[in-house]
Design a binder for this molecule. Structure first.
Ligand code: 5CA
Length: 439
């Protein structure tokens, strides 16, 4: 992409409305713009990162055996009246009346709708276990939307729903999601810690929040510090195997959000030098709620004995849009964002130090074409701007590599390659730079 052809409205000044660094940087880097309280447009640069995060979430869900579908954002209130949550959900639910006076709502979550889809077509335990997920916009009329997309009103969630014949099998489904979450967050460059959590309006008695530590986080958390750097299961993970030992390795250690915190247990179970109390951002939340929805909505399957019984369910959320904020909170410096390679909006920023100079333009055009044909995503700053402005824009938007091409270097046969994360710069031949970038 040539910058002259892109839409990247960067801001030089810190926007006054942004209290935390991720919100500030997302606005400054031209990734999002607010349309009304807690409701944002995703500008091209932000959208590219959102899509990359989605793709990783999707790959790890698929790998764990979940199956993607897509449910609508607008739901009929009837289903929620059936489950009993229509009144209970309160003011966070955006209620809408259509032209025929039917009560509708903008979905804050999809337990009811997916249970309805399930009960209409699934009849036998032989079709289980089943896990259906989608990546869809949600609306929650948060009393205090804040920190940009971190606590929005409209936000993108991945929500998965498992269906099992009994509790033992449902626990296995829960473990699969638990492991898939560890892998997903790890691939996003995050250290997420599963913590015992309150279940709130979703219900059930088994639940973990996945928390990344950050001073600006809204949750207060307490855990054993060894959980922070614990190994994450690799690509060779077998989701058909017994995953309980891998899960227990973590859940046996103390980790709780403030609602579930028990100071006496914390002190008894964790040696003093390992007690970590910190703030964190909730990037995922998983629940096992048994037959809460299946009983209320009559979602039954015939068991091996031929008798119909309500299915056991769980639901599993990831805050896809919130993750952008979380990743930036975890990875930035005073000059801007430092994207992990896995989610960077482009792999390389190509900086032309003298746009309009024939030799420099030609060299850049050649490098740009070669990178593109090798499948390397490149953002080419071909604007007629000062070098300083180009450098600060590239640092701000945080692409992993910067390739700087100027007339003086070209005379000596060299270009400069800068690593955004380490700041390390090397002068190498154009060919060498291309090789290092994978072209
Ligand atoms: N039905 C369950 C699981 S699918 C559910 O809704 N869980 S939840 O309420 O915990 O939401 C799942 C995830 O969405 C949270 O862990 C959080 O990362 C994200 N999330 C929740 N509310 C917001 C919000 N207002 N803005 C941005 N992300 C949010």
């Amino acid at each position: 992409m040539r910058l002259t052809n892109f839409f990247l409205p960067v801001l030089k000044e810190n926007p006054a409305e942004a209290q935390i660094v991720s919100h500030r940087l997302m606005l400054r880097a031209g990734m999002i713009r607010q349309n009304s309280a807690g409701i944002y447009s995703w500008l091209p640069l932000g959208l590219r990162v959102l899509r990359k995060i989605e793709a990783i979430v999707r790959e790890e869900m698929d790998r764990a055996g979940a199956v993607e579908l897509l449910m609508p954002t607008l739901q009929s209130a009837d289903l929620w009246k059936e489950s009993g949550r229509y009144d209970g959900y309160g003011k966070e639910m955006l209620r809408i009346v259509d032209r025929h006076d039917r009560d509708m709502l903008y979905g804050p979550t999809n337990e009811e709708m997916v249970t309805d889809i399930f009960r209409r077509d699934v009849r036998s335990y032989k079709d289980l276990p089943m896990n259906l997920y989608h990546i869809q916009w949600k609306f929650r009329d948060e009393i205090r939307p804040r920190f940009g997309i971190m606590r929005g009103r409209e936000f993108l969630m991945k929500d998965a729903y498992s269906f099992d014949v009994d509790e033992a099998s449902a626990r296995k489904s829960y473990y699969r999601m638990f492991i898939a979450y560890l892998r997903t967050f790890n691939r996003l460059g995050l250290k997420a810690i599963p913590m015992a959590a309150d279940t709130g309006p979703i219900g059930g008695d088994l639940s973990h929040e996945f928390i990344i530590l950050a001073e600006t986080g809204e949750s207060e958390v307490f855990c054993h510090s060894d959980l922070v750097d614990m190994d994450v299961p690799g690509d060779d993970i077998d989701y058909q195997s017994d995953l309980m030992p891998l899960v227990s390795k973590r859940t046996d250690m103390y980790a709780a959000t403030d609602e579930m915190h028990d100071a006496a247990a914390f002190e008894a179970q964790v040696p003093e030098d390992k007690r970590l109390s910190a703030r964190g951002i909730e990037v995922g939340h998983i629940f096992y709620f048994g037959t809460k929805y299946s009983e209320a909505m009559n979602a039954v399957v015939a068991g091996p004995d031929g008798k119909p019984a309500p299915v056991h369910g769980g639901s599993y959320g990831i805050g896809v849009s919130r993750l952008l904020g979380g990743i930036i909170e975890a990875s930035h410096d005073e000059n801007g964002i430092i994207w992990p390679a896995s989610v960077a909006p482009y792999d390389v920023g190509l900086i032309n130090l003298k746009s309009g100079d024939e030799a420099t333009d030609a060299a850049c055009a050649d490098i740009y074409a070669k990178l593109q044909s090798a499948g390397v995503d490149v953002l080419y700053d071909d604007r007629n701007e000062r070098a300083g402005a180009k450098f600060s824009t590239m640092d701000l938007i945080g692409l992993p590599w910067q390739l700087v091409v100027g007339p003086r270097g070209l005379k000596n046969g060299v270009v400069e390659l800068k690593n955004r994360a380490t700041g390390e710069k090397v002068e190498v031949s154009t060919q060498e730079a291309l090789t290092r970038l994978g072209a």
